[in-house]
Design a protein around this ligand. Structure first.
Ligand code: 5AD
Ligand code: SF4
Length: 439
């Protein structure tokens, strides 16, 4: 008789890189006989893959952990682990604050998870927040080969050396490291064999990619052009980028590489030069605007996306208006905006804060403008024919949902399956999606 597999429940917070990391952790624990479950009450091991970027995200972890008290009482064999950026930033402090936790593992140590789990089961201290010499990806098992959905994330770069004054990433994810070209290509080819047709290359500073190929070093554009040669891979995206690393070759690739999709997430954070300087962004608003002009010359229909922070220390109404002006000038198709959250250990955390009521008001004004822009760009798709990669069935019978080249969700009624790539004429624009008919 074979033993029933042990069950692993993973809850993922934060960015797409955490989504990727959670998959890889599940694969690593799969090698230890764990199957994934989506019910924490069935689990033998619960892992929270956490985010430390803003205070709210970090606090969610503790309220979630509090909920597991009953589960632990009901199942004394249950082990609970905290992974990700809260694990890295808070380390042992987590065990002090929530004794329910058995295991703490930082983002660079996932390949040591099986060993840590065994230590936790043996009642020993199981905490690893080192930045080991070896790269975790190269020590994780090769990705298994079951069939999978048509889209996948692939981490090619991790960490950041930019040290924006508000950001914890350089501390939680460490210095910038790129995976070697050959490993990325092998993983991409494996994904395509499993049915993947669209790959999103991930990195905290993905366009700073400088992967080794022997003695040579490749930039992101060269990697993208090489990936585009893989038969069966139809679409390539990448996120997140820094304006200072948008080099000429990458701009050109948006014009000449057909598989590179016309969507670019290029955060600017603020439109005020005074604030950009205090944020240590290393560029002015004007430089960003000129950069976007050049990208649009290469690929006129590119949809621009961004991130903004309002209420950064010492931001005045005038600074904020400069942000609104920059948004007007660029015309974004999609954006994320946040109220500044002071993060322990970052330079900005020491500075005088903006009145929270003023910050709330600015966030609301900015979001009103961004939502209007997003809606206008979406509405402008009506009547156009766009490529759509079908991802799953929709809610209505016969309906399928996919993503357009510009990353809009598109609903259509047609006899199609996940992985089909079709041309769709857009007929309707709803608040968060488009609808169309097969061409
Ligand atoms: N407060 C608010 N937003 C932040 N971001 C990063 N750090 C902070 C912070 N301390 C936002 C930035 C970044 C995105 C991932 O999160 O806009 O681009
Ligand atoms: Fe954080 Fe991005 Fe700035 Fe790096 S470039 S410090 S990840 S906001």
């Amino acid at each position: 008789m074979t033993e029933a597999p042990k069950k692993l429940y993973i809850k993922t917070y934060g960015c797409q890189m955490n989504v990727y990391d959670s998959e890889r952790m599940a694969e690593a624990m799969g090698g230890q006989g764990y199957a994934q479950t989506d019910r924490p009450e069935d689990a033998d091991l619960i892992l929270l893959n956490t985010c430390h970027i803003r205070e709210k995200a970090a606090e969610k972890v503790y309220s979630e952990l509090g909920r597991y008290k009953g589960l632990k009482a009901a199942n004394p064999d249950l082990k609970i682990g905290v992974a990700g950026c809260v694990a890295q930033a808070e380390g042992e402090e987590i065990l002090r604050r929530q004794p329910l936790v058995d295991l703490v593992v930082g983002p660079q140590s996932y390949h040591r998870l099986p060993e840590l789990e065994a230590r936790a089961r043996g009642g020993k201290s199981a905490i690893d927040t080192e930045f080991p010499e070896e790269m975790k990806f190269d020590h994780l098992p090769a990705r298994p080969k079951p069939k999978r959905g048509p889209t996948a994330f692939l981490t090619v770069q991790e960490g950041c050396d930019k040290f924006c004054a508000f950001c914890v990433v350089p501390y939680t994810r460490g210095a910038e490291v790129s995976r070697p070209v050959a490993r990325v290509l092998k993983e991409a080819e494996g994904l395509v064999e499993q049915g993947v047709r669209e790959i999103t290359l991930l990195g905290q500073n993905v366009n700073a990619y400088h992967g080794a190929d022997g003695a040579d070093s490749w930039g992101l554009a060269r990697l993208i052009r090489r990936l585009a040669e893989i038969d069966g891979l139809e679409r390539i995206r990448f996120t997140t980028s820094h304006p200072r690393d948008m080099d000429d070759d990458l701009i050109a690739a948006h014009g000449d590489c057909e598989k590179l999709m016309p969507y670019l997430h290029l955060p600017v954070q603020s439109g005020s030069d005074r604030i950009l300087k205090r944020m240590n962004r290393g560029h002015t608003a004007e430089e960003y605007i000129r950069l976007v002009d050049r990208i649009r010359s290469a690929r006129p229909d590119i949809l621009m996306s961004g991130d903004f922070i309002v209420g950064f220390p010492e931001e005045t109404e005038e600074d904020f208006r400069a942000t609104l002006a920059l948004v007007e000038e660029i015309g974004y198709g999609q954006c994320y905006s946040f109220k500044y959250s002071a993060r322990p250990g970052t330079p900005a955390a020491e500075r005088p804060v903006v009145d929270p009521a003023k910050a709330d008001d600015r966030l609301q004004r900015l979001q009103t403008l961004l939502t209007a822009q997003q809606r206008a760009v979406q509405d402008s798709m009506v009547g156009r024919t766009v490529g759509v990669l079908v991802e799953k069935s929709g809610r209505l019978p016969g309906q399928v949902v996919g993503k357009s080249d510009h990353l809009h969700a598109v609903h259509l009624t047609a006899n199609l399956s996940p992985g089909d790539l079709v041309d769709v004429r857009i007929t309707e624009s709803a608040p968060n999606s488009l609808a169309g008919i097969l061409v």
